[in-house]
Design a protein around this ligand. Structure first.
Ligand code: ADP
Length: 291
C-alpha cells in the first residue's frame, strides 16, 4: 500500500516524531525477558521461521491481579497496516508495548515466526519489531554516532545510504564536518525536521519488519508531516505497521482497524466493514467526523 499524497491526510501520513527506537525500553525488555526465561534454558536458541506476528490470549497486569488486557488475540498479516483505536485507557499503548516486546505479557504470548518475543536475544528483537513514538532525541555526539545507536557496526557508507533513504544526505554532507559534526546539546543545532530524519534514518539502519507507531502524546504539525511524508514513506514501505491512534480522525486508510475497549479487541476489520456493521467503531467514526 502506498502512502501517497492522493490519500489526503491518512492515518499514516501523520508524522510520528520518531525517536531513538526505545533503546532503553528494549533493554528493559531484555532484563525482564531474561527474568522470565527459566534458568536452565538459553534465550534465543529458536530462530523465527518468518515475519508473522501473532498474539495469543495476551493478558497484562501492571499490578498483580489487575489485568488491563484481558485476552487479546491478533494475527498480523505480513505487510499490513493496522490501526488500533478506542477510548483513552482502553489498553492500546499497553498492547503496543506487548507487540514490540517491551513488556512480556503476564499471560498468553506474542510470537514472531512462532518464537515468543521474550525468547529473542535483544539484538534480534530490535531488528524485527520496533516501537516508535513521536519523541525524537538528538544525543550529544557526532551525527554518525547518533545514527550508530541503531547499528554500532554500520559502515560510513551504510550511514550515508540510510540518510539518503530519508532524503537527509544533502544537508548532512553540508554540515561543517559532515557526518562527523557534533550535534545535540552544545553542538550544531539540528532543526526539528532534521532531528526527525535522523530518527528515521536510525530506523532504516535497524530495518525491523514490524513497526509499532504510538502517537500517544503527539503534537502533530501537519505542515511538517507533509514535508516529511516522503521520508516516512521510505521507512514504512514493505513493513508491517501497527499504528496506535489515540486521537485520530482518520483511520480509514489502514488495511484493518482494531477497536480496543476495556482491554479487549471488540471489533476488527476494514474501515468500511466496521462502519457498515454499525457498532462501536461506527459510533467512534461518526463522533470524529463531528469534531
Ligand atoms: P490507552 O493507550 O488505550 O490510553 P493504556 O494502555 O495507556 O491505554 O492504559 C491501559 C490501562 O493501564 C489504564 O487503566 C492505565 O491507567 C493503566 N496503565 C497504563 N500504564 C500504566 C503503568 N505504567 N502503570 C500502571 N498502570 C498503567
Amino acid at each position: 500500500m502506498a502512502f501517497s499524497v492522493q490519500l489526503g491526510e491518512p492515518l499514516f501520513n501523520l508524522v510520528f516524531w520518531l525517536d531513538e527506537l526505545q533503546v532503553a525500553g528494549v533493554s528493559l525488555a531484555r532484563v525482564v525477558g531474561v527474568g522470565l526465561v527459566p534458568p536452565d534454558r538459553t534465550a534465543g536458541t529458536a530462530a523465527p521461521t518468518d515475519d508473522h506476528v501473532e498474539v495469543r490470549d495476551v493478558r497484562y497486569a501492571y499490578r498483580e491481579g489487575r489485568d488491563v488486557l484481558h485476552g487479546i488475540d491478533l494475527d498480523l498479516r505480513v505487510g499490513e497496516r493496522l490501526a488500533v483505536v478506542g477510548p483513552s485507557g482502553a489498553g492500546k499503548s499497553t498492547l503496543g508495548r506487548m507487540l514490540a516486546g517491551i513488556h512480556p505479557p503476564t499471560g498468553g504470548s506474542v510470537t514472531v515466526g512462532s518464537v515468543p518475543l521474550v525468547e529473542l536475544p535483544v539484538d534480534d528483537l530490535r531488528q524485527r519489531v520496533a516501537l516508535v513514538t513521536q519523541e525524537h532525541h538528538v544525543f550529544v555526539g557526532t551525527l554518525a554516532q547518533n545514527l550508530r545507536l541503531a547499528d554500532t557496526s554500520a559502515s560510513d557508507e551504510r550511514l550515508a545510504e540510510a540518510l539518503d533513504a530519508v532524503d537527509a544526505l544533502g544537508w548532512a554532507r553540508a554540515l561543517p564536518d559532515g557526518l562527523e559534526t557534533g550535534v545535540g546539546s552544545g553542538g550544531h543545532v539540528l532543526t526539528p525536521a532534521q532531528a526527525q530524519q535522523v530518527a528515521l534514518a536510525r530506523l532504516v539502519l535497524l530495518d525491523p519488519h514490524t513497526l509499532v507507531l504510538d502517537e500517544a502524546t503527539s503534537l502533530l504539525d501537519p505542515r511538517a508531516a507533509r514535508h516529511l511524508e516522503g521520508s516516512l514513506d521510505a521507512v514504512l514501505t514493505g513493513r508491517t505497521v501497527i499504528a496506535i491512534a489515540h486521537r485520530l480522525h482518520t483511520a480509514h486508510d489502514a488495511d484493518r482497524v482494531a477497536v480496543v475497549d476495556a482491554g479487549r479487541i471488540t471489533e476488527i476489520g476494514p474501515h468500511d466493514d466496521l462502519v457498515a456493521a454499525g457498532g462501536e467503531y461506527a459510533r467512534l467514526w461518526e463522533s470524529w467526523q463531528q469534531e
